[in-house]
Design a protein around this ligand. Structure first.
Ligand SMILES: NC(=O)c1ccc[n+]([C@@H]2O[C@H](COP(=O)([O-])OP(=O)(O)OC[C@H]3O[C@@H](n4cnc5c(N)ncnc54)[C@H](O)[C@@H]3O)[C@@H](O)[C@H]2O)c1
Length: 261
């Protein structure tokens, strides 16, 4: 049967009609996630401290994708962007807490300011995002889905990454506590844990794939696919869960000796 004019405009895809907020949406796996969720029919707000990067991702994706600047540590700004997304698109269904920084250093060289910044962005920023969207998600009969990006460093220790690892283990715990509190509102909270992935964050890192079962580094799109799974109804009975997306890295023994002191 030939498509009608309404068929042409009807949203299609696994996230048709949904609205998603993606932090760190300007680069790396956040940018890949913005593109994939938009391709699956979602309205997306790409949030990034680097507003120009977010705008350049949104630019090619049409009016259903907005770019907004935010530092995820700023609760007042979170309230503004959540309010705007709700007004503009009629609700919030998905939050992807992806923004993060890596600041490698030996434990004794990591001063308090650097440690605090890592914890504030990588852990408190996730908390801020959840707090900001839950009131909107509670209004949805179908609830919502929150996807937190952790790391394989949330399952092990990594030398020269003590602040980062502490924050990422925190993200795992926060994911489970939030899942328990929010389940009654049909809001699911899960974590995706990437292994070594080729993004601006790892630019210049000499990857060791000898301990990766699949024998390669991850690409941002590999991570985005796992995020889509949690964002969509395909994972409708999964909450408080961890999904490791690392090509089998955690199954073996990685060598981190190449990190700077
Ligand atoms: N790349 C990897 O190998 C790897 C491995 C495990 C986990 N991760 C995690 O995946 C997530 C994405 O990493 P990536 O590799 O795509 O990083 P990236 O550096 O390429 O991109 C991160 C994005 O977050 C933004 N950002 C940084 N601080 C912010 C803040 N305060 N507020 C808002 N936005 C901010 C940056 O501007 C950037 O656009 C991070 O949480 C990271 O810890 C990455």
């Amino acid at each position: 049967m030939a498509p009608t004019s309404s068929d042409k405009t009807a949203p299609t895809g696994r996230l048709a009609g949904r609205t998603a907020l993606v932090t760190g949406g300007g680069k790396g796996m956040g940018a890949a996630t913005v593109r994939l969720l938009a391709a699956e029919g979602a309205h997306v707000v790409a949030l990034d401290i680097d507003g120009a990067a977010a705008r350049s991702v949104a630019h090619d994706l049409g009016p259903g994708v907005l770019a907004r600047e935010i530092d995820v540590t700023n609760q007042a700004r979170w309230a503004e962007v959540a309010h705007e997304a709700e007004q503009r698109f009629g609700g919030i269904d998905v939050l992807v807490n992806n923004a993060g920084i890596a600041d490698p250093a030996l434990l004794e060289n990591l001063d308090g300011t650097r440690l605090q910044r890592t914890v504030d962005i990588n852990l408190v920023g996730v908390f801020n995002g959840i707090q900001a969207v839950v009131p909107a998600m509670k209004k949805n009969a179908a609830g919502g889905s929150i996807v937190n990006i952790g790391s394989v460093g949330a399952f092990q220790g990594v030398p020269r990454m003590s602040g980062y690892v502490a924050a990422k283990w925190g993200v795992r715990g926060l994911t489970k506590a939030a899942a328990l509190e929010l389940g009654a509102h049909h809001i699911r909270v899960n974590a995706v844990h990437p292994g070594q992935t080729r993004t601006p964050m790892t630019h210049g890192v000499v990857f060791d794939t000898s301990a990766v079962a699949l024998g390669r580094v991850g690409e941002p799109e590999d991570i985005a696919q796992a995020v889509l799974f949690f964002a969509s109804d395909q994972s409708r009975f999964i909450t408080g869960s961890d999904l490791v997306v690392d090509g089998g890295q955690l199954a073996g023994q990685a060598d981190y000796s190449g990190l700077p002191d």
